[in-house]
Design a protein around this ligand. Structure first.
Ligand SMILES: Nc1ncnc2c1ncn2[C@@H]1O[C@H](COP(=O)(O)OP(=O)(O)OP(=O)(O)O)[C@@H](O)[C@H]1O
Ligand SMILES: [Mg+2]
Length: 407
C-alpha cells in the first residue's frame, strides 16, 4: 500500500497557524484509492476550534474517508487550483503527475480561505514568498495568458505570472494581484469571448448590490484595448500581511457532491444555512434574493462552486456573492434547482419552495417585487458603468425575465 500525507493548519481563530489535522492519500494494492482525514487532538481541545465542514467533517475523533473530488475532502479541494489553475500548473511542470497532496501545495499562500498545508506537524515559518503582482502588471499578465490560450509554448520568463494565476478556483483566466492595500482577483477576457464579459460581470454585480444583495466589490479596468474585472477578496485583511480573515467552504463541499453531480439546489443550501448559519433567517433570505436575481438576469452558471459559506469570528455565514453575470449563450435553465420544477428558470418556480428560505408567500412575493423593480433598470446601470451598446444588446436576451417586470 502506498500513501502520501500532509498536515493541515488554520490561521484562524487567532492568526497563528494551528494544527487542525492530517490528510492521507491512500492507494491500497488492487483497490480504489481514497483520502483519509482526522482532526488533531490539540485542535479538538482548542476552545475556538471549528469544523472544516460542519456537515461532513464534524469535530470528532473519527477518521473520515472520501473518494470524491479527486480523493480530497470538500474544504481541501476548495483550496486547490481549478480548471484555469491546473492548466497553468501543467505549463509550469509539464508531464508531472500530481497527487492530491501535490494539489494541496500547488495553490500556495494566496489560496482561498485560511488553510495552510505542510509535510510536518509543525508549520515551518513561512518563507516570505515571491513579491506580489501589482495593478501595473495587468497588461503583461493578460498578454502572457492570451499567448497560453492561443496554444503558444510556456514562456520561461513568465513563471511568476503563472504562479499568481494558480491560487484561485474557476475556469476563466485570472491572477491574484494587490492594489490599494488589498488583494484582488483579476479576471481577464478570454480570446473566445464574443462580448465584453468582464464589463457585463462588473455591471451585473453593481446591479445586484443596488438590489440590496451582499456582493463582492468589483472594478472594471482597461488592459490595452480590452477589459479586466477586479474582484476584491473577502477572505483577506488589508496589506501588507493580507492575513486570512475567514475559512472558506463551497456549497459543493457542504452538499458533499462531485463536480459532475446534478443534485444541487438552492433549497439544499438553504437547509444547510438553517442548520449552521449564525443568522439563519437573514442568510436564507439573502440566498433567496440571489436565486431570484440570477433568474431575473439570466445568470445560468450559478453552480454549486459559485456559492459558499465562510467561517469567521462570529461563526458560519453565507459569503458575499461572486461570479454573477448574464449568460445569453447558455441553455435557459439554472445550474441548480430553484424550486419544485427543478432548474426551470421562472419566478413561479422560485416561489414554489419559498418556505425553505424562511419566507411565507407574501414575504417572498414582496422580496421578488422589490428586486425585480430594481433589476428592470439594468440597461441604465450598464450604461452608467460604461458598457457599450453592442454588449448591452448582446446580453439583453438573458435579462428577458427582468424586462417582463417593466410596466
Ligand atoms: N471576492 C472573492 N474573495 C475570495 N474568493 C473568491 C472571490 N471571488 C471568487 N473567489 C474564489 O475564486 C473562485 C473563482 O472565482 P470565479 O468563480 O469568479 O471564477 P470563474 O473562473 O469565473 O469561475 P467559473 O469557472 O465558475 O466560471 C471561486 O470559486 C471562489 O472560490
Ligand atoms: Mg466561478
Amino acid at each position: 500500500m502506498t500513501s502520501s500525507e500532509c498536515y493541515i493548519f488554520s490561521r484562524l481563530p487567532d492568526d497563528r497557524p494551528k494544527l487542525v489535522g492530517r490528510y492521507r492519500y491512500v492507494r491500497p494494492p488492487g483497490a480504489r484509492a481514497f483520502g483519509e482525514f482526522g482532526y488533531a487532538g490539540s485542535w479538538l481541545r482548542h476552545p475556538n476550534a471549528f469544523p472544516l465542514d460542519p456537515t461532513n467533517l464534524p469535530l470528532s475523533r473519527e477518521t473520515f474517508t472520501t473518494v470524491k473530488r479527486g480523493c480530497l475532502f470538500g474544504p481541501l479541494a476548495d483550496a486547490t487550483p481549478d480548471l484555469w489553475g491546473r492548466e497553468l500548473v501543467a505549463r509550469l511542470e509539464p508531464g508531472k503527475l500530481f497527487s492530491p497532496v501535490d494539489w494541496l501545495y500547488a495553490a500556495g499562500r494566496d489560496r482561498v480561505g485560511c488553510l495552510a498545508f505542510g509535510p510536518e506537524p509543525e508549520l515551518a515559518s513561512a518563507a516570505p514568498g515571491p513579491e506580489r503582482l501589482h495593478l501595473r502588471s495587468l497588461d503583461t499578465i493578460a498578454h502572457e495568458f492570451a499567448k497560453l490560450e492561443a496554444g503558444l509554448p510556456a514562456n520561461p520568463h513568465a513563471t511568476r505570472i503563472y504562479t499568481a494565476g494558480v491560487s484561485m478556483g474557476g475556469a476563466r483566466p485570472k491572477a491574484v494581484i494587490e492594489a490599494n492595500d488589498r488583494l484582488w482577483i483579476a479576471k481577464f477576457e478570454r480570446t473566445t469571448d464574443t462580448f465584453n464579459q468582464c464589463g457585463a460581470e462588473h455591471a451585473t454585480m453593481r446591479l445586484a448590490a443596488k438590489c440590496g444583495l451582499d456582493v463582492a466589490e468589483t472594478r472594471l479596468v482597461d488592459v490595452g484595448s480590452r477589459k479586466a474585472i477586479l474582484v476584491k477578496r473577502f477572505d483577506r485583511s488589508e496589506g501588507p500581511d493580507y492575513s486570512p480573515t475567514v475559512h472558506y467552504l463551497s456549497a459543493l463541499s457542504l452538499i458533499n457532491a462531485d463536480e459532475t453531480s446534478a443534485d444541487g439546489s438552492y433549497f439544499a443550501i438553504a437547509s444547510e444555512l438553517l442548520r449552521h448559519a449564525i443568522r439563519p433567517d437573514k442568510a436564507r433570505k439573502e440566498l433567496f434574493g440571489r436565486m431570484v436575481f440570477n433568474v431575473l438576469c439570466g445568470n445560468r452558471d450559478d453552480h454549486l462552486k459559485n456559492h459558499a459559506l465562510t467561517y469567521g469570528t462570529e461563526g458560519w455565514d453565507i459569503s458575499p456573492a461572486f461570479d454573477v453575470l448574464p449568460q445569453p449563450d447558455m441553455l435557459p435553465e439554472q445550474a441548480i434547482a430553484v424550486g419544485r420544477s427543478g432548474v426551470y428558470p421562472s419566478i413561479g418556480n422560485c416561489l414554489s419552495r419559498c418556505g425553505d428560505f424562511g419566507l411565507n408567500l407574501e414575504e417572498a412575493q414582496a422580496e421578488i417585487n422589490r428586486i425585480a423593480t430594481i433589476a428592470t433598470t439594468w440597461r441604465d446601470v450598464f450604461d452608467q458603468e460604461g458598457i457599450a451598446v453592442p454588449t448591452i444588446e448582446r446580453v439583453a436576451p438573458a435579462f428577458a425575465i427582468a424586462d417582463s417586470y417593466r410596466s
